[in-house]
Design a protein around this ligand. Structure first.
Ligand code: NAP
Length: 278
């Protein structure tokens, strides 16, 4: 068994984004700019936004923070995001989610201009991912694909089992794997006999949100295991010690998928800025 280190890969992605951000600044006379929109004060969301803004700063990317009260309406949020979409000084827009109940999150996401959707959450970006066309990737799925490529994991013709079908993780990672010619099975809470499906997988992506849900006995010997889960106490969705006994490659939690997510966000922000120079 070998570990797939997201920490190391993320450093490389961020260093590259930093070099490209500096070149952009030299050419454009301004830094690439990511607008972060946070509705309400959910502590986890506050922490995530702070981390993303700190990483931006370290990579030479400006971050413009837009905090909004929890009482914000869908129309109000759509208006703010529409203004950021039209602002030539903003290259990328991140709406931290989940947004408070009562706001139509999809409507808010769709107010993000496709060229600024550096978090890869719009229908436009999902379609591009599904068709294998250029576009912004959903960041966690994008990070997973970069990890698989960095460790030279064969994807074409392999059976990939994705556990979870959320719009930001399970579904888009399934589409990215399909675009790379994997045979993809997407499982969810109504899937019958999940363990036997996982046992047939060459590649398992766990995106369930339940600590140590995927057991070692479900893993086919030699399979590659990607644990996207991040549960309280730094615990993934895979029972790591058990799964590591059978997997050929496995991501740790923490230090696996997590760090690559922010790295992809930064890289895509710089790409969005660069595209304004075309
Ligand atoms: P989510 O929206 O809650 O989706 C969870 C998915 O798991 C759903 O599709 C659900 O099925 C499925 N599921 C739940 N119970 C199941 C069961 N017993 N058997 C099979 N499938 C089951 O979660 P998410 O946002 O995709 O996040 C998933 C995990 O990834 C969480 O641990 C989260 O913290 C982590 N995450 C990490 C990052 C990162 O940067 N590393 C980013 C985002 C998320 P249904 O659709 O049928 O309900």
């Amino acid at each position: 068994m070998a570990l797939m280190s997201g920490t190391e890969l993320a450093k490389e992605i961020v260093a590259d984004a930093g070099r490209r951000a500096a070149a952009f600044e030299a050419a454009a006379g301004r830094k690439p700019c990511l607008a972060t929109v946070l509705v309400g004060e959910d502590p986890a969301s506050v922490t995530y936004v702070r981390m993303k803004r700190n990483r931006c700063r370290q990579a030479g990317i400006e971050s413009r923070h837009v905090p909004l009260p929890a009482t914000t309406t869908t129309a109000g949020l759509v208006r703010v995001i529409g203004e950021l979409s039209a602002d030539p000084g903003v290259d990328g827009i991140l709406l931290q989610h989940p947004v408070p109940a009562g706001i139509d999150e999809r409507a808010a996401f769709e107010a993000i201009a496709p060229g600024k959707d550096v978090d890869g959450v719009t229908m436009h970006s999902f379609a591009a991912m599904s068709f294998g066309l250029p576009g912004f990737e959903s960041c966690t799925p994008g990070g997973i694909m970069r990890l698989l490529d960095a460790y030279e994991v064969g994807i074409e013709g392999r059976h990939a089992v994705v556990i979870g079908r959320s719009p930001i993780l399970g579904k888009p990672v399934a589409m990215l794997l399909l675009a790379r010619h994997a045979t993809v099975t997407v499982c969810h809470s109504r899937t019958a006999d999940l363990p036997s499906i996982v046992r047939s997988a060459d590649l398992v992506v766990a995106a369930v949100g339940r600590p140590e849900f995927v057991r070692g006995s479900w893993i086919k010997p030699g399979a590659v295991v990607v644990d996207a889960g991040y549960n309280p106490g730094n615990v993934g969705d895979v029972a790591f010690a058990e799964a590591a006994e059978r997997a050929s490659l496995i991501t740790p939690v923490p230090g696996g998928v997590g760090p690559t997510t922010i790295a992809v966000l930064l890289a895509q922000t710089v790409t969005a800025a660069e595209s304004t120079m075309d």
